[in-house]
Design a protein around this ligand. Structure first.
Ligand code: NDP
Ligand code: GDR
Length: 355
């Protein structure tokens, strides 16, 4: 039997981190996670994996922050992981316009701090690193569909910070022989998606409207197009990228693009509303339920971004060929899963209100 592998996941409390932790545990890894201290408990996505009882504990958590080198060095020294998955990030594109410096500290310099820690600690031959790169690198599209060779043109402080992270990962691979890869992942969603990202905002908002907990959902640019997959499928690729003979960068995408508008329509159909009737233009546009005419969508320019990524569509041929990648979950199934999960949450909220 091969010895148990040890992995460190930054961003373990987030969507991908929680799915990846489950995957690595199922593969027999000893899993460690970096968590930030916060005044309120923020481990709800991994509560089923943590316990005060050493025997029941499935992940080992360490307080730390990607903006803080010395504690990264200490934690990596203590664990000497076989694999580091750097998923931690200020991951919200719109927020990055409001907090560009913090975004750079976490998303650009955070990965550098990890690479440096591995180098300083003499772990370059032992520790493999996965860097969470993103389709936001493509930004203003230079070629469709986007693949590993498509030129980058990021359109947000988030995208620019991730571009630094992308290149510093390659630089450390080429300079010091570290096994380090970029996964250029296109948007991926799930019931665990943060509530301010558009898909979850829609499934959460519409299920609440359905039960009368909310009247109307205010949206930004509903004509942008995204290549949406399921997070569960995508974390498996993060793991596979670190199991190859040589480290390489990969695009992970479904090869199908859908507009935000269409995502809203599909969600409304999943809820039994029969779709959305659109009326008006630009900021004056509204959406009404087809079944009863209620106004449920309004455009609010507050949700527009200073610069937008209008369309994304990925070509994951390289991952298909080298990693055996095929997304299992299609968008309609993803929407149904998210709607059903948010329906349950809304029903619980309604119950609590009537107690
Ligand atoms: P989430 O926003 O759900 O999770 C982000 C995680 O990073 C959280 O655990 C958060 O902790 C942690 N984090 C934030 N700032 C810091 C910091 N300064 N130090 C340490 N940890 C920090 O993101 P996802 O799970 O969706 O994405 C995972 C990674 O993949 C991110 O790097 C994201 O940019 C990237 N990515 C995501 C895509 C997607 O569609 N989901 C597509 C392409 C790339 P806390 O809970 O305390 O906030
Ligand atoms: P994105 O995801 O910016 O692609 O980044 P998000 O879900 O935030 O936006 C997708 C598109 O929807 C449009 N949009 C809105 N977005 C939000 N959040 N809220 C709204 O009300 C709204 N209305 C319209 C946006 O303008 C955009 O065009 C995600 C993150 O997970 C990144 O970390 C990751 O790198 C990329 O995906 C790939």
């Amino acid at each position: 039997m091969s010895p148990q592998k040890t992995a460190l996941i930054t961003g373990i409390t987030g969507q991908d981190g929680s799915y990846l932790a489950e995957l690595l545990i199922s593969k027999g890894y000893e899993v460690h996670g970096l968590v930030r201290r916060s005044s309120q408990v923020n481990t709800h996505l991994i509560d089923h994996l943590i316990s005060d009882n050493e025997e029941k504990k499935k992940v080992h958590l360490h307080y730390g922050d990607l903006t803080h080198s010395t504690n990264l060095v200490r934690i990596i020294k203590e664990i000497e992981p076989d694999e580091i998955y750097n998923l931690g990030a200020q991951s919200h594109v719109k927020v990055s316009f409001e907090s560009p410096e913090y975004t750079a500290q976490t998303d650009a310099l955070g990965p550098l701090r990890i690479l440096e820690a591995v180098r300083i600690l003499g772990l370059t031959k032992k520790t493999r690193i996965y860097q969470a790169s993103t389709s936001e690198l493509y930004g203003l599209i230079q070629e469709t569909p986007q693949k590993e060779t498509t030129p980058f043109y990021p359109r947000s402080p988030y995208g620019v910070a991730k571009l630094y992270a992308y290149w510093i990962t390659i630089n450390y691979r080429e300079s010091y022989g570290i096994y380090a890869c970029n996964g250029i992942l296109f948007n991926h969603e799930s019931p665990r998606r943060g509530e301010t990202f558009v898909t979850r905002k829609i499934t959460r908002g519409l299920t609440r409207i359905n039960l009368g907990l909310e009247k109307c959902l205010e949206m930004g640019n509903i004509d942008s197009l995204r290549d949406w997959g399921h997070a569960k499928d995508y974390v498996e690729m993060q793991w596979r990228m670190l199991q190859q003979e040589t480290p390489e960068d990969y695009v992970i995408a479904t090869g199908q693009t859908t507009s935000v508008r269409n995502f809203i329509e599909k969600s409304s159909i999943a809820l039994g509303w029969g779709g959305i009737e659109w009326d008006g233009e630009n900021e004056k546009e509204v959406g009404r339920r087809k079944d009863n005419g209620d106004l449920v969508i309004k455009i609010n320019p507050e949700f527009y971004r200073p610069a937008e990524v209008e369309q994304l569509l990925g070509d994951a041929t390289k991952a298909h060929n080298n990693l055996g990648w095929k997304p299992k979950i299609k968008i309609d199934e993803l929407i149904m899963e998210m709607i059903n999960a948010d329906k349950l949450i809304a029903e619980l909220e309604l119950k609590q209100m009537s107690i």
